[in-house]
Design a protein. Structure first.
Length: 113
C-alpha cells in the first residue's frame, strides 16, 4: 500500500467522493484519501476528465504558471502574481483583495470588485 506523501502516517484508500470546485461548478471525482490526515489526491484520469468538462463549459482558463515562491518583506509574507495572470485578469496593481484560508495548505484570493 502507498503511504500518504503529506503525513507519511497511513495508507491511501480509494474513494469516489472527492469534491472539486472550478469557478462555482462542483465535480465529484474518484481518487485516494489518507486515512490519517484526510488529504485527497484526484486520479490523473479523473482530473483530465474534469478539465475537459470545464473547458467545454468555458470555465477553464488558459494554462497558467503555477509554481511561485513566497518572500519576506518588512510587513509580512509576499507572493508575486505572474505577468500572465496579471494580463489575463487585467490587473492594475492597486486592486483590493480578500484572502481566505480554505484548507490545510490552500489560500483563496479574490479580487474585490
Amino acid at each position: 500500500m502507498v503511504k500518504c506523501p503529506i503525513c507519511e502516517k497511513d495508507k491511501l484508500i480509494e474513494v469516489n467522493d472527492i469534491v472539486s470546485e472550478i469557478e462555482g461548478h462542483f465535480f465529484v471525482v474518484n481518487g485516494k484519501r489518507c486515512q490519517s490526515c484526510g488529504e485527497e489526491f484526484v486520479a490523473e484520469k479523473e482530473g483530465q476528465k474534469m478539465v475537459e468538462i470545464a473547458r467545454n463549459l468555458g470555465i477553464w482558463g488558459e494554462p497558467l504558471k503555477l509554481h511561485r515562491k513566497l518572500s519576506q518583506s518588512a510587513r509580512g509574507t509576499v507572493i508575486r502574481i505572474p505577468t500572465d495572470i496579471e494580463k489575463n485578469m487585467k490587473l492594475k496593481g492597486n486592486e483590493e483583495v480578500l484572502i481566505s484560508k480554505i484548507g490545510k495548505n490552500k489560500l483563496l484570493i479574490e479580487i474585490v470588485s
